[in-house]
Design a protein around this ligand. Structure first.
Ligand code: ADE
Length: 223
């Protein structure tokens, strides 16, 4: 999978893609990405990328021309499955959207800033609008990094043990059960006996019960 990210702040991605699973996915040749600075596509002599809104609202609006120039250039190089705009007024990201997007070959992600982007960008180019939650961040960069991470870890072959993505929270409509590792006894807090029993059936039943308890407590809305 290849992801092109259009941003005014490419430095915000420094580090995100060079660690852990996203790094491993690139090493394995399963994922590549490219950052595109929208400002590089401004033909304005001051390299302006924003302007005052028509109608006189507070805040600045990202201009269409540099974004359109960048997108149109990328369209000559690839065919995209989706052109995604990260925005707090998009559909809220969940595991099923991540599963769906993990099957794509080429994605483009546009990170917004200021008061938003000129609506015509959304009308002309955007195929999907995604929010990472009901709160407002200062821009779409962190949401784009979140979206990349959640998608790329699902690409077959990226995780060593593919079942570990299948047992993630949300994959079966439940949160994950608790997990433990050594030591068995930490200052009198011991690991549940059932996990040491070697009885697969009992362990599975225990995990399901704990997953249900946790979901009921923390996320009754998804039950
Ligand atoms: N940009 C600002 N806030 C956002 C959010 N919650 N999700 C996606 N993009 C955003």
């Amino acid at each position: 999978m290849h992801i092109d990210i259009l941003t005014l702040f490419p430095e915000m991605f420094t580090g995100c893609f060079d660690q852990s699973i996203l790094h491993r996915a690139q090493e394995k040749g399963l994922f590549s990405y490219q950052l595109h600075n929208i400002r590089d596509y401004s033909t304005d002599k001051h390299k302006r990328v924003d302007d005052y809104p028509y109608g006189g609202e507070a805040g600045m609006v990202m201009k269409i021309e540099p974004i359109a120039a960048c997108i149109e250039h990328l369209f000559t190089l690839r065919t995209y499955d989706q052109v995604i705009f990260l925005t707090p007024d998009g559909e809220v990201l969940n595991q099923s959207i991540a599963n769906e997007l993990s099957m794509c070959n080429n994605l483009m992600m546009l990170c917004g800033h200021y008061k938003g982007v000129d609506e015509r960008v959304r009308e002309l180019f955007i195929t999907r609008e995604i929010s990472i939650g009901d709160y407002v961040l200062s821009g779409g960069e962190l949401p784009a990094a979140v979206l990349c991470d959640t998608i790329v870890r699902l690409i077959p072959g990226v995780l060593n043990d593919e079942t570990s993505a299948l047992s993630d929270s949300f994959q079966y409509g439940l949160l994950s059960p608790p997990v433990y590792t050594r030591p068995y006894d930490f200052k009198g807090h011991t690991v549940p006996q059932v996990l040491l029993s070697g009885n697969e059936k009992l362990i599975e039943e225990w995990k399901l019960q704990k997953a249900e308890e946790r979901t009921k407590k923390n996320r009754p809305d998804i039950l």
